[in-house]
Write a protein that binds this ligand. Structure first.
Ligand code: C2O
Ligand code: CU
Ligand code: CU
Length: 564
């Protein structure tokens, strides 16, 4: 399996006129999927090659993974980079330890082997690194790939699903090269466009109904997808599943991280050309890619030539029909059953903040708290149905993403969301001064130690601290707002029978110690009367792993302990 980017190596240059055939990554499927993450380089521009990250035989991006709902899959991720990394399955509902967030680093040379059952609905997902403070750098170097989930409900519909024939991955990235032709993780002057890692691409599509899986994998830029001559198309899927019915439209706006599957009807157009565009001129000021704002002095440059203009992403040359073409658009797709507001256990309110009202480049935060690997922002009881109410108090739009779940939008500023945002989602763009509410349920996976992330999917904002984390805990684990850190010592650990607890903060006072088993049940508890180190006795517990939780006057701490 030779890499097309490599084969094309010599002619893979950015001369404005030289069009390149759209690169279509091969697919990988089956019960064991191996991903070798490695450093490489690509001749994107004339002169110096661009250093890249990629998977398997590719020099940029990775294969498209095809997963079947209900199947068990074992992913073998080998980190052949010189740097620590992680791989996150964006949008997939998996246990926190399999999620590939910053708490599951893969050291250089190491292998990570998450195994899980595919529980998601048929839709388009993706994978990318999620390394602490390095997501932008590693994802923008190309360590991204598409995931296609298939299920029975989707298979029963008459939809194009022949990969590379009538069903295409469309991974769109807007990137910025520095003067040495290297990809820049930061900055707002991104001016080079790629689809599937191809600059200035064209693709030949058959004159029938064709499915495009649009993924905005840019670090920052919002895409306002449409076709030339305002050709209409149908949106059939949002981030996490099919819509209830195809939605006829001429635009779909996707922020970084968002996906949409669309059907375009090319019947009778053999020989014609139609371009996939982004209509940036229609984006409002404040949405990245819209017209550049008047900048306060001292702000970073953000004058990309792509801001506020319409530009071509992919030239589509319509060609002959294939055998057995899909020629109709289904009238309905799958039933959707959003949770009702009346079912919610809690509403969490999150404000998006900037250091000053005029700040365009952050560092942005949630509720004025910068990301802290040691701080758990929410402890969510398993099976909670929750409303999250997000208010953007900054000048710029932020795509909010949450791991573990798919959600349904309830409203935007009190109004029903547009039709194409009424399906399952895991990213939602929130404009300046806007309030968005969504509802979701935290099901199936509880883990008192490994958190899931929520963050802005503008990668520079995420790395800069616009991220938080939550634990989904067994509904029986009584303590709220547990903070994971090493704020106390429980020693010795492993414990034989006698042990002691000591707080690192001498001004704090320990109140309660609880020992939970891995089901979250309390198997031991002790109410402290003073901060003295006293010998406690755990000799009655069976050998095994337990969770120690300490409640103090200032904090709650949690730590894994071993009983021998
Ligand atoms: Cu696509 Cu937390 O990421
Ligand atoms: Cu994600
Ligand atoms: Cu942001």
């Amino acid at each position: 399996m030779k890499n097309i980017l490599k084969l094309l190596g010599g002619c893979f240059v950015a001369s404005a006129a030289a069009q390149q055939p759209l690169f279509i990554p091969d697919t990988l499927s089956g019960s064991t999927i191996t991903l070798n993450m490695h450093a490489d380089s690509v001749q994107f521009l004339l002169g110096i090659k661009t250093s890249t990250y990629a998977y398997n035989s590719y020099s940029y991006l990775g294969p498209t993974l095809i997963l079947n709902n209900g199947a068990n899959v074992s992913l073998v991720v080998n980190n052949q980079l010189a740097d620590t990394s992680t791989v996150h399955w964006h949008g997939l509902h998996v246990a926190a330890i399999n999620d590939g967030g910053p708490h599951t680093p893969i050291l250089p040379g190491a292998t990570w082997n998450p195994q899980f059952t595919v529980m998601n609905s048929a839709a388009t997902y993706w994978y990318h690194p999620h390394t602490h403070m390095k997501t932008a750098e590693q994802a923008i170097k190309g360590a991204d790939g598409m995931i296609i989930v298939r299920d029975n409900a989707e298979a029963a519909l008459s939809l194009p699903r022949r990969y590379g024939v009538d069903d295409f991955p469309i991974i769109v990235q807007s990137v910025q090269f520095d003067s040495l032709n290297q990809l820049m993780p930061l900055g707002m002057q991104d001016s080079s466009l790629m689809v599937n890692g191809t600059m200035n691409p064209f693709v030949n599509l058959p004159s029938q109904v064709v499915r495009l899986r649009l993924l905005n994998a840019s670090g920052e830029r919002v895409m306002n997808f449409g076709f030339t001559a305002n050709k209409s198309f149908y949106i059939i899927a949002s981030d996490g599943g099919l819509m209830s019915a195809p939605i006829l439209t001429t635009r779909v706006r996707l922020a970084p991280g968002e996906r949409a599957e669309v059907l375009i009807d090319l019947i009778g157009m053999n020989g014609q050309v139609v371009n996939l565009m982004s209509y940036g001129s229609e984006l409002p000021v404040g949405v990245q890619g819209g017209p550049t704002m008047a900048m306060p002095p001292g702000s970073p440059p953000m004058d990309s030539p792509l801001n506020g203009v319409d530009y071509n992403l992919l030239q589509i040359n319509v060609a002959a029909q294939t055998l057995n073409p899909v020629t109709t658009i289904p009238s309905s797709l799958v039933p959707l059953n959003p949770w009702l507001e009346s079912q919610a256990n809690i509403t969490r309110t999150i404000a998006m903040n900037a250091p000053s009202a005029m700040s365009m480049d952050g560092p942005f935060t949630f509720n004025n708290l910068s990301f802290d690997m040691m701080r758990i922002d929410y402890q969510i009881p398993l099976d909670n149905i929750e409303i999250w109410e997000l208010t953007n108090q900054t000048m710029v739009a932020h795509p909010f993403h949450i791991h573990d779940v798919q959600f349904y939008l309830l409203d935007r500023d009190g109004n029903l969301p547009p039709l194409h945002e009424r399906g399952k989602k895991d990213v939602v763009l929130i404009e300046s001064n806007e309030t968005v509410r969504f509802i979701t349920k935290f099901e199936d996976f509880a883990d008192t130690l490994t958190p899931y992330m929520f963050h802005c999917h503008i990668l520079m904002h995420e790395d800069d601290g616009m991220m938080g984390q939550f634990l989904v805990v067994p509904a029986t684990s009584g303590m709220n707002d547990v903070i994971v850190n090493d704020g106390f010592r429980l020693f010795p650990n492993p414990i034989k029978d006698k042990f002691s607890v000591q707080l690192l903060d001498k001004l704090d006072k320990v109140l309660i110690l609880e020992i939970h088993n891995l089901l979250g049940e309390i198997v031991y508890s002790y109410n402290f009367k003073s901060n003295e180190i006293i010998d406690l006795d755990l000799s009655m517990l069976n050998a095994g792993t337990y969770i120690a939780k300490v409640k103090t006057e200032k904090n709650n701490f949690v730590q894994k302990i071993i009983k021998n």
